[in-house]
Design a protein around this ligand. Structure first.
Ligand SMILES: [Zn+2]
Length: 282
């Protein structure tokens, strides 16, 4: 029994290796150095497809342009899907080093950092939050306000090929707010994937609840608790541990609002076969 399981593992791992080999340069360009497990352990990225195949998991992949987008917009939804038996992968695209909170930290609190250092502190907040949500994660560094649709498309295709993806989630298109969000949203819209496409709205709370024709996802109490626990990692202030509440300092009013209203989130699931639904995104 033991032997046959081992044999299957060997077979699968060699299959993974050949698939990676066959996919060529476009994939290696966006191949991460490693994937982190929900416990924060590094895992060889080549093992990802093997685990997926053996266990038969379906995945929710969340593309987060900056640290905190995933938790602000989708923390409860992530917890919901986790409870429903899905595996979650959060793909961080930039370190968010251009955030205005770098200046706030320096001018108001006297903690002055280079963009690079500051970005790494934001990544630490991200890791803590995503581990709280119990998700796998990957960290890229394509430069805040410098995301290119072509690269994001390659990244989306990379995970679409390796994982059995149920939904790819990107932020809603908010052209007026943040270029990286719009680029990420358009990248998913313009690429063909096997999984379904979905958007989430972070800033909708300020305006109208029903943006983008989205559906309101009412969360259960346990999803709310999970989201609040994860949000807390972005509010955690402890300079001795290099934690500076950067997520919170970026936009405190929004944070306070979301914290008090995190019993619902706004998401829109887009099925490729349903063009009428897609055209409702404005
Ligand atoms: Zn963002």
């Amino acid at each position: 029994m033991r032997k046959s399981v081992l044999f299957m593992l060997v077979l699968l791992s060699s299959a993974c290796f050949s698939r990676v080999w066959a996919w060529g340069a476009a994939d290696t360009q966006v191949e991460p150095y490693c994937v982190y497990t929900p416990e924060g352990h590094r895992m060889d990225v080549k093992n990802l497809c093997c685990i997926s195949a053996i266990e038969g998991y379906r995945w929710i992949v969340v593309y987060s342009p900056h640290p905190d987008d995933e938790t602000l917009g989708l923390g409860a939804t992530i917890n919901y899907y986790k409870r429903m038996g899905f595996k979650i992968m959060v793909v961080l695209l930039t370190h968010g080093e251009k955030s205005v909170s770098r200046e706030i930290l320096c001018d108001t609190y006297g903690f002055c950092f280079s963009e690079k250092e500051f970005g790494l502190f934001r990544v630490e907040e991200f890791k803590a939050a995503v581990m709280t949500l119990g998700a796998y994660y990957v960290i890229y560094d394509y430069g805040d306000q410098n995301l290119k649709e072509e690269i994001v498309q390659k990244i989306i295709l990379y995970y679409d090929k390796r994982l059995d993806v149920a939904y790819h989630f990107v932020p809603a298109i908010e052209k007026w707010y943040n270029l990286d969000h719009a680029v990420t949203a358009l990248a998913l819209e313009n690429v063909h994937v096997r999984g379904n496409k979905a958007q989430f709205g972070i800033y909708a709370f300020y305006y109208t609840v029903n943006i983008h024709g989205g559906i309101i996802f009412h969360t259960d109490a346990e999803d709310v608790i999970a989201k609040r626990d994860a949000l807390y990692q972005y509010r955690y202030w402890n300079p001795a541990k290099r934690r500076y509440a950067i997520g919170y300092l970026t936009f405190p009013e929004l944070w306070d609002l979301l914290y008090s209203k995190c019993e619902f989130e706004i998401i829109l699931i887009i099925i490729d076969e349903n063009p009428s639904l897609r055209s409702s995104i404005t």
